[in-house]
Design a protein around this ligand. Structure first.
Ligand code: ADP
Length: 332
């Protein structure tokens, strides 16, 4: 193999730069020339790329974001786009394309492989951790850490004012960040899609719990961690309803995009480095149409389709702990 290319696509995640670095250095070690397409799949369509050397990736491991920039590219779903991308890759003599992104980006990679004879390999990079077949995704650990720091700070003011705070975290349609940040911050309640009930049940549940907490601890702060997109009218509306029903002031805090940024924590840098190196070595072995992953410290390749056909589950023991702690306070 003489030439490899990569791109970062979809939502950016801390650790993508560490992954780019690992791909570049591993490729160079094997004597492979390496290129980076800019702005996700847009770069493939525009033939916008950079030749990458060891110097290009010096001093980036600690930086959030991605030096290649990321983007969404809605037109990439068409066959014509995939054909243009294939032509551009062939014109540059690329034999393998590595795609760092989420399951949307992997669908794009699969789509490309229907029109291109080169190898495609996906690397799971998303803060949401919602990709089946890998213990964690690049960026996930940093996102929990960022959410946690914010929740700890909100708790200080919640305690001072004896208020209820609803803290909305990212996760798209998965509760990995929510559940883990809730456990780590000792939140009183967590609302994540995997455990969600009807709005009426959910409301009744929280209100009863707030009452029980008041009885046990007196007028104390109360923290709810909730995943984005969960409450139909949004967390601001939910906060209004709770204020009305409990007569305790309830404030929403939407953490938003701060969770995507920041310097990656060590677990993300290490995971990104492992997966980056492994992706290049897998390409050398002829793998294609696969995602590289780590499960129980074993590096693996699995078909790209599994990442969207199968659903990754929350850790059931963590769910049980959260539930047990939640129920405990309600005991007389
Ligand atoms: P993520 O990779 O973080 O899940 P998106 O779902 O936004 O992010 O997908 C990123 C990009 O991947 C899209 O903007 C598009 O270019 C490409 N993509 C997503 N789904 C498909 C698809 N079904 N066919 C082709 N390309 C796709």
């Amino acid at each position: 193999m003489r030439k490899i290319a990569m791109l970062t696509s979809g939502g950016d995640a801390p650790g993508m730069n560490a992954c780019i670095r690992a791909i570049v250095l591993t490729s160079l070690r094997y004597g492979i020339e390496v290129f980076g397409y800019r702005h996700g799949y847009n770069g493939l369509l525009e033939q916008e790329y950079l030749g990458l050397r060891a110097k290009s990736v010096a001093n980036i491991i600690q930086r959030g974001g991605t030096i290649l920039h990321s983007a969404r590219c809605l037109t990439f779903k068409s066959d014509d786009s995939a054909k243009i991308a294939a032509k551009n890759l062939d014109a540059l003599g690329i034999e393998a394309l590595l795609v760092i992104g989420g399951d949307g980006s992997f669908r794009g990679a699969k789509h490309l492989s229907n029109h291109w004879s080169g190898q495609v390999i996906g690397l799971p990079g998303t803060i949401d951790n919602d990709i089946y077949g890998t213990d964690a995704t690049i960026g996930y650990y940093t996102a929990i850490e960022t959410a946690l720091e914010s929740i700890d700070k909100v708790r200080d003011t919640a305690d001072a004012f004896e208020r209820i705070f609803l803290i909305e975290v990212m996760g798209r349609h998965a509760g990995f960040i929510g559940l883990n940040a809730a456990i780590a911050s000792a939140a009183d309640q967590v609302m994540v899609p995997e455990l969600s009930r009807s709005c009426e049940d959910e409301l009744e549940n929280i209100i009863n719990h707030i009452e029980a907490v008041k009885k046990r601890r007196g007028n104390a702060s109360y923290i709810v961690v909730i995943t984005e997109n969960l409450w139909p009218d949004g967390v601001t509306k939910l906060a209004e309803v709770l204020t009305q029903k409990t007569k305790v002031e309830c404030r929403p805090v939407i953490l938003g995009h701060v969770q995507r940024g920041g310097s990656p924590v060590s677990q993300d840098r290490v995971l990104a480095t492992k997966l980056g190196a492994f992706a290049v070595e897998s390409a050398l072995k002829g793998e294609s149409g696969v995602m590289v992953s780590e499960v129980n410290q074993q590096l693996k390749c699995q078909p790209l389709e599994l990442s969207w056909q199968q659903q990754k589950e929350l850790d059931p023991y963590l769910v049980k702990i959260q539930q047990d702690l939640f129920d405990f306070i309600k005991r007389p």
